[in-house]
Each structure stands twice: as C-alpha cells, then as structure tokens.
Design a protein around this ligand. Structure first.
Ligand code: PHE
Length: 345
C-alpha cells in the first residue's frame, strides 16, 4: 500500500507540473483528491490494514495530500498569472497608432453671411422674421403696389403654381405680411432673410437664390436713415472703406427708389475685371416705402414714413469670400465648405 501511495504521489506530481491551464489543473485535482479520487480511494481501504499499519499509512496519505494541495495552489497562482499576461498582451493598445478622424461639418458661406447680417441688425434693434416661399399674388405683388397687368411685373419672371399662388420672386412679399400682421400699426424694424425664385435660364443666374429684405416704418423716417443704415450694413460686411453710391431707379413699392452700388472691394474703386472697370458693383435695391404701400397695408402715410431695401445674399457671400462661381454655393462639396472655417471674422 505504501508503494501504491508513493506511485500516486509520483504520478500526480508529474501530471500537475505539466498542467497547461486552469481547467486541466482542476481536472487533476478531482482525479487525485476528489471524493472518488485515487488518494481518497486508498483511504477507503484502510479498514483492511492492521492496527499498527493504519496510523503510518494514514499519516502518509495526509502528508501526500498536503503536499499535493500546496502544489496545486502554487500551480494555480502560476497559471493565473500566465493567463493574465496573455490577456494583457492581447488587449494591448498601441498609443502610437494614428487616431481615426472625426469629420466635422462646416457652416455654409451663405449661412455665415446670414448670421453676420442677423447679428448686426439685431444689435440695432431689428427683429428677424420670415414668410412663406409659396406666396400669393396678393402679397408678392398686389399689396406692393403692383396690380395685375402692371408692366413692372415683367421685371421678375415668376414661377406660378396656380393663378393665385407662385414661388415668391422677392422677400419684399414679407414687407406686406409684416405690415398686415401688425394690427396696432406700431413702428416696424425687421430684416427678412430667405429663399426666392425666378425663371432665369442664363448661365450667371440661378432659378433659386437668396435675398435679405429690410423694412423700417416709424414717424419721421427719412432717406438719411436709409443711407446711414446701408452704410453701416455694407461697411460691416465688406470692409470699413466701402463707399456707397445711390442711383435713381424704379421699384413699384418705393418712391423714390434707388439702386445702390458699393465701391469695388477688389480694386478699391480703381477699376478691375470684377467691377468691369467701373470701380462700382451694384448690390442693393432700396427706397422710401411708397405711400400706396403704407395705405394698402393699413398704415397712415400722413403719420408714418419708412424705408426698405433688398439685396442678393448669394452675390454678397461671393464677394465677401472671393467665390468665383455661384454654382459652388449649391454643390455641397465639403472640401469647398471647409475652406471658410479659418476665414471667419
Ligand atoms: N425686391 C427688390 C428686388 O428683388 C429689391 C428691393 C427691395 C427694392 C426693397 C426696394 C426695396 O429687386
């Protein structure tokens, strides 16, 4: 029996020290020390031994069991460390690898210009309002002193949807809306940025473009207010040295009416290809609100006067950012859009 125990000890030590992982180690523990394990089996046959042999064999078995337990414990520690090392190796992060880039969107130059204009006018006490793009003939024309059949309707080729509805050709339509919506007929100070539509089919015009409208109505508003406002507006957007030139013009809803040119910001007024050698660039339509328009929309022209102006945002953005082709504004090319991230003022 003593030899049998020695044999078990020898075998188990060999197998235990070769165990490759924790599972194998656990199986061996069961194999030798478990309830039905080899060493336990030996203990069960103790009854057959003589009384002198029993304590000797008993203590031998206990000694071997203690030794094996200690061996298993050490081996377990060792295997756990190996497993941990393997796991750490596998999950290692290479901090020198280049990071995957998060692509950010960029603000469209048109929105940059709109926001800059809004900030400026809000700081001067204006409200920013909008109106429908699908507009009625009434607001787009009639309430702006352009009755049906008026020859000036030909100035703007319109997209009619029905005889009554059209895509608005000008943000001026919102002038009439704001006046009509103001039931108390109190003073008005608004700007209206928004999309406009015309049936243009030549290369330099788009059928959809953007305008910003301005409307001020109060007592004692004069042409001086209009000039001062447009000067502040254009100098803020295009530079402090920008000069303005008012040329008499015609719009049915303003009297007097002007086309407003700004000094060419590329050549400073000397003449270049951008301003076609004239030194000036036409940028706005403006004028004093026509008494008929005030009357038609519920304002007493004896008490109130006002001014209005309108400008094309697309052209303004192009000039401000030096964009050479209007189509760039509508291509949604991220490479184009990101260029303006550094240019913000
Ligand atoms: N609505 C005019 C246009 O689109 C511009 C304008 C606005 C003129 C306000 C006078 C006053 O051409």
């Amino acid at each position: 029996m003593k030899e049998q125990i020695e044999q078990i000890k020898e075998n188990s030590i060999k197998e235990l020290s070769n165990a490759k992982d924790l599972k194998e180690l656990n199986d061996l523990k069961v194999k030798y020390l478990g309830k039905k394990g080899e060493l336990t089996q030996v203990l069960k046959t103790m009854g057959t031994l003589s009384t002198e042999e029993r304590p000797i064999i008993g203590s031998l078995v206990n000694k071997v069991r203690d030794e094996l337990n200690e061996l298993i414990e050490n081996k377990e520690k060792q295997l756990k460390q190996i497993e941990l090392n393997q796991k750490l190796e596998k999950e290692k992060i290479d901090v020198t690898l280049p990071a995957s880039k998060n692509k950010r969107g960029s603000k469209h130059p048109l929105n940059r210009v709109i926001e800059e204009i809004e900030d400026l006018f809000v700081s001067m006490g204006y409200d920013v309002v909008d109106g429908p793009e699908l507009e009625t003939d009434e607001y787009c024309f009639e309430r702006l002193n352009l009755p049906k059949g008026h020859p000036a309707r030909d100035m703007q080729d319109s997209f009619y949807i029905t005889t009554e509805y059209l895509l608005r050709t000008q943000t001026s339509a919102v002038q009439a809306r704001v006046m009509m919506a103001n039931k108390e007929k109190t003073p008005i100070r608004v700007i209206v940025p928004g999309k406009t539509y015309r049936r243009e089919d030549d290369a330099t015009h788009s059928h959809q473009f953007n305008q910003v409208e301005g409307l001020v109505i109060d007592e004692n508003i004069t042409l001086a207010h209009l000039k001062g406002t447009l000067e502040v507006f254009m100098r803020k957007l295009l530079g402090e040295n920008t000069q303005l030139r008012f040329r008499p013009s015609y719009f049915p809803f303003t009297e007097p009416s002007y086309e407003v040119d700004v000094s060419c910001f590329k050549c400073g007024g000397k003449g270049c290809n951008l301003c076609k050698q004239t030194g000036w660039i036409e940028l706005l339509g403006a004028g004093m609100v026509h008494p008929n328009v005030l009357k038609m929309n519920g304002y007493d022209p004896e008490k109130y006067t006002g001014f209005a102006f309108g400008t094309g945002l697309d052209r303004l953005a192009m000039f401000k950012y030096g964009i050479t082709d209007m189509r760039y504004l509508y291509r949604n090319d991220v490479r184009f859009l990101t260029q303006f991230d550094q240019m913000d003022t």
